[in-house]
Design a protein around this ligand. Structure first.
Ligand code: DX5
Ligand code: ZN
Length: 227
């Protein structure tokens, strides 16, 4: 089991995107998490394919593109062409999830399904074996810098159980309010891909904050059943 640190560039200084990505990479980041919002599914508008293409030019590690948009099927090819290695879509807005997951894979990216905090784990029941990863939101999506919803820890354990029961090999990603203080707990509960925006990019030393997040996360692997 290897942990992956995924700094979310939503909280980075966009005037110095390349500098921010390079610092995260020096700190040992495994992925760059990119939050795409449409002002419709979520009450915020962020970046589109040209921004992803710019991040791709700056990054040497894979881009993990989180689509918080109501019609992801229309835009999946453009995001993969722009450089997305992983693409996730929200189960709350996708009416034909098998088709959408297959579409992401056909484009050549890893496919993930995202659950909002109020969406039950059972929404994954039929799709779990087809997923490369599951993203558990631990805040309502829309903004960086929100507080971690505590019930997410128990939810991660239920996702882990569902994946084991359905024979799914999907990795579990957690996103929202993750910091150096709670990251070990979410790892102990089953998270493997750890998204952090403000905890990394609002730090005066991005490289060190990235490195320290991994060190803090690794403590969670000592929990029973992990490692
Ligand atoms: C929230 C986004 C998150 C966000 C995380 O809608 O999906 O990826 O950027 O930021 P922090 O870590 O500050 O909660
Ligand atoms: Zn995200």
């Amino acid at each position: 089991m290897s942990l992956r640190i995924a700094p979310s560039i939503l909280s980075a200084d966009f005037t110095a995107l390349g500098v921010a990505i390079a610092a995260a990479e020096r700190g040992g980041a495994d992925l760059i998490h990119v939050d795409v919002m449409d002002g419709h599914f979520v009450p915020n508008i962020t970046m589109g394919p040209p921004f992803v293409a710019a991040a791709k030019r700056a990054a040497t590690i894979p881009l993990d593109v989180h689509l918080m948009i109501t019609e992801p099927d229309r835009y999946i090819p453009a995001f993969v062409a722009a450089g997305a290695a992983m693409v996730s879509v929200h189960v709350e807005v996708v009416p034909h999830l098998h088709r959408t997951i297959a579409h992401i894979k056909e484009q050549g990216a890893q496919a993930g399904a995202v659950l909002n905090p109020s969406t039950p784990v059972s929404a994954l029941e039929e799709i779990a074996p087809d997923l490369d990863f599951v993203l558990v939101m631990s805040v309502d999506p829309g903004f960086g810098g929100q507080r971690f919803i505590e019930q997410s820890e128990a939810k991660l354990r239920r996702v882990r159980q569902l994946l084991d029961r359905t024979g799914s090999r999907a990795a579990i990603e957690i996103d929202g309010g993750i910091d150096h203080g709670n990251v070990a707990r979410v790892v102990a509960a089953g998270a493997e891909i750890l998204v952090a925006g403000s905890a990394i990019f609002h730090s005066p030393d991005v490289e060190r904050a990235t490195r320290d997040l991994r060190t803090a996360a690794q403590a969670g692997l000592a929990a029973p059943g992990r490692g």
